[in-house]
Write a protein that binds this ligand. Sequence first.
Ligand SMILES: [Mn+2]
Length: 248
Amino acid sequence: MDKYIYFASDFHLGAPNYAESRKRETHIVDWLNFIEPTCSELFLMGDVFDFWFEYGKVIPKGFIRLQGKLAEMADRGIKIYFFKGNHDMWVDDYFTKEIGLEIISDELLIERAGKKFFLHHGDGLGPGDKKYKFLRKVFRNPFCQWLFSVLPPRIGMFIANGWSSSSRVASNKKEVFLGNENEWLAIFAKEKLKEEHFDYFVFGHRHLPLDIDLGNNSRYVNIGEWINYSSYGVFDGENLRLEYYKPN
Ligand SMILES: [Mn+2]
């Protein structure tokens, strides 16, 4: 590998308000400029937007600098994957058509430089969180999505913004490490390892950068988020490292 693979997630653009989000967006575009010369593939692993819904011919306003930068990188031949997060699972085909992003709905299994990766946003995996697992089914149900799509955008976005301002990002509570035994995505990964070996499990969603040794030559790397940490993962062909971009 002569170039690197980068992983980032949970930008939550749009939250907690316009000004903060714009500042963060500029910071993220700075980071993309920084990694671009060494980047062959970029994995955006969910919750890029605090809310995104695509109507037939209408998309939400804003986030234009990020979209422009991603388009530029894609035009230069960098492959970009966009995972659906629990906040932006309603992407349709706009980013694929306009930018060339590949949309990933659930997990993506890849092999690079002889290493196997299990990639997922991280929502709805592992023990617990039954309420969300049920909601996820509703949110991902085509009929429910259709029902939402026939609401006038003014009303749909009003509902969504209300929901989004009650989210973790809006409350800006820092997540606390639960210990290797209790981190539910580590529990999920250990179960998965019983079926199949992966060198790396990479998730977002947790809003906490983590690098956990799972034993059996396997690691769980959580790439964190961009409100407090500006953290990301980089794979150089040998190692997957957790890094931090300069503070916003
Ligand atoms: Mn998130």
